[in-house]
Design a protein around this ligand. Structure first.
Ligand SMILES: [Fe+2]
Length: 134
């Protein structure tokens, strides 16, 4: 997955974090495809989970500060992702070989992230830019 101009929200901190998230998801997929050990993959998963939480907190703080009307809905989407990501990490921890993790990460993390950046975050970006956030 590559960051593209279509993904830009125009909010510099958010865009920088999105690029870093994409980098980490790619790193995770590469580690899985390369058959890296459970410890390495577990560490990358945990790091990505923490980074995603920090990133969501950044977006949520901006939305609250500027009284974004779609805040509740956007936050609920973040919460659902955090639950699903936590479940995926736990499933991996329980049975790393059983779970076809690469496919799960593609579907539940990569596809989600792409769709979220291209849709939900774009709407937020339009609103924040109108409020003068850059
Ligand atoms: Fe978001």
């Amino acid at each position: 997955m590559r960051w593209t101009a279509q993904m830009a929200t125009g909010i510099s901190r958010v865009d920088a974090q999105h690029k870093e998230l994409i980098r980490q998801v790619n790193e995770l997929l590469n580690a899985m495809r390369a058959g890296k050990g459970r410890q390495v993959i577990g560490d990358v998963l945990a790091f990505l989970g923490r980074y995603a939480e920090e990133h969501f907190a950044t977006e949520e703080a901006l939305m609250r500060r500027h009284e974004y009307p779609g805040y509740g809905e956007h936050k609920a989407i973040h919460e659902a992702f955090k639950r699903d990501f936590g479940a995926l990490a736990a499933e991996y921890d329980r049975s790393p070989e059983k779970l076809s993790v690469t496919i799960q990460v593609q579907r539940r993390v990569l596809d989600w992230l792409r769709n979220h950046i291209l849709n939900t975050d774009q709407k937020m970006g339009v609103f924040l830019r109108e409020k003068g956030v850059a």
